[in-house]
Design a protein around this ligand. Structure first.
Ligand code: FE
Length: 215
């Protein structure tokens, strides 16, 4: 069985958001799919350990922001690698408020407002089936695909992502971000990690050099 074939399945890049006990919560997902056309229904798979999973089951309403290809990695970093339980992920980003929910409005193609109609329990994840109540089209730069995120931005899949695959690394000198898993590969970047300026930040999640360890 070759798990590499799973990398050929295509995905987009989305932030889903909702409200839980008056708090704005959200996370990054790549598994939004349209299921029906006339009365539009979508599905999205969310890890049960994500705080946003619990929040959506409670609120039964959520927004999907569709990231465009010029979307900045810090949105992906903040929503993909930190928990809403411990911080306000929305404070540093532009948002739109709709039906009491904060929708991330940082270089997005548009957004959907969705009402939860069914939850399908699949072991580690829940698949949320939801009716789309509103759709708003914004930027026209084209959506960011998961493949673009991996090959151009060099981003990694969060451990809780349905598409996470454990990677085996080779022996060249590399430093790994302990938060998001981004790897600074000295042979590819053509600069030694120690020569990077002191204020250099992880291009994905924005933490400093001190959060990197040599692997
Ligand atoms: Fe990072």
């Amino acid at each position: 069985m070759n798990k590499d074939v799973l990398k050929d399945l295509t995905y987009g890049m989305y932030v889903i958001s909702t409200k839980y006990n008056g708090k704005d919560v959200g996370c990054f997902v790549n598994t939004v799919s349209q299921i029906t056309a006339q009365d539009v229904v979508i599905s999205v798979s969310v890890n049960k350990e994500n705080f946003t999973n619990k929040a959506i089951k409670e609120s039964k309403i959520f927004a999907v922001s569709i990231l465009s290809c010029d979307s900045t990695p810090d949105v992906i970093g903040k929503f993909g690698f930190f928990s809403s339980e411990q911080m306000d992920k929305f404070s540093e980003f532009k948002t739109i408020e709709e039906q009491g929910i904060k929708v991330i409005d940082e270089k997005i193609c548009g957004y959907l407002i969705c009402e939860l109609i069914q939850v399908v329990d699949i072991d580690t994840h829940d698949v949320f089936i939801a009716k789309v109540k509103n759709m708003v089209k914004m930027e026209d730069k084209g959506p960011m695909t998961y493949d673009y995120y991996h090959t151009v931005i060099k981003g990694k899949a969060p451990k809780k992502a349905p598409t996470y695959i454990e990677e085996i690394v080779d022996n060249s000198i590399k430093y790994k971000c302990e938060i998001c898993g981004y790897i600074h590969d000295e042979s590819k970047e053509k600069i030694k990690f120690e020569d990077l300026p002191d204020d250099w930040k992880c291009p994905i999640c924005g933490v400093g050099k001190e959060t990197f360890t040599k692997i």
